[in-house]
Design a protein around this ligand. Sequence first.
Ligand SMILES: Nc1ncnc2c1ncn2[C@@H]1O[C@H](COP(=O)(O)OP(=O)(O)O)[C@@H](O)[C@H]1O
Ligand SMILES: [Mg+2]
Length: 280
Amino acid sequence: MGRKLESKIEIEHLIKIYGDRPHVALQLFREGKTRDDILHLTNQVVSIADISLKINQGELFVMMGLSGSGKSTLVRCINRLIKPTSGHIYIDGEDIAHVNEKRMRELRLSKISMVFQQFGLFPHKTVGENVEYGLKVRGIKPLLRRQKATETLALVGLEQWANYFPSALSGGMQQRVGLARALATDAEILLMDEPFSALDPLIRREMQEELLRLQKELHKTIIFISHDIHEAFKIGDRIAVMKEGKIVQLGTPKEIISQPTNDYIRAFLQDIYDSKAILG
Ligand SMILES: Nc1ncnc2c1ncn2[C@@H]1O[C@H](COP(=O)(O)OP(=O)(O)O)[C@@H](O)[C@H]1O
Ligand SMILES: [Mg+2]
């Protein structure tokens, strides 16, 4: 079914092209045409332009880049909400770019969970029911899943809110529920697509701390998307900086600061220097 590997996730030569004729565009891409050329010639969007990377078990890996750089497309390929045009995504050695939809549903219920920017909670289910949902779909008995939901809500500090509807909660609390829901299935991999971007700055910082605290306990493999270099540097073990569907630089925050590969990275870093200057 797969092959042996040390990394939790291995992405090899991943390409995703949006449009109705992706394979025409893929051919042009392989001939060396640029993203812009291909857009003009075929009206197809090269969204992931040949990405390879490895993510380790227990790593908090940040994908950073400006809007439109392909971050969401990449994580959606990893849980196969989007089917890649070409390439491989090995999770524990299994190439999920090529497994069938049934197997993929199993994986989404057991091994991979996603946390969304707009929380994605069911408004007409209680907080507890939202957290239980993945377990219910998996056929776990009511008593057992309620117990798991209570435990997981306690983990994010919301155990007393189980019987409320999401609308009674603040944005930050709703995203804690989103996080609890993702954690309740015991998924080993968390995909987080700008999960804190909709939150106020102070709450956002609190949530970053909370995630770091949880991660110390849980050791998940996390892919966290952010367009914010402050956030990326604060929480990322390693960071991949994306531009136009490619990885421009990959490294620890320390490596990126000490050896930025080009001006695109330097422009991001300037943001950090500027805010330090303001703070004195
Ligand atoms: N469904 C789609 N159809 C066509 N192009 C898309 C679609 N979704 C995203 N794109 C394009 O793919 C590129 C990457 O988008 P996205 O992955 O959403 O970037 P990010 O999450 O970094 O903002 C952008 O140029 C975007 O316009
Ligand atoms: Mg996005």
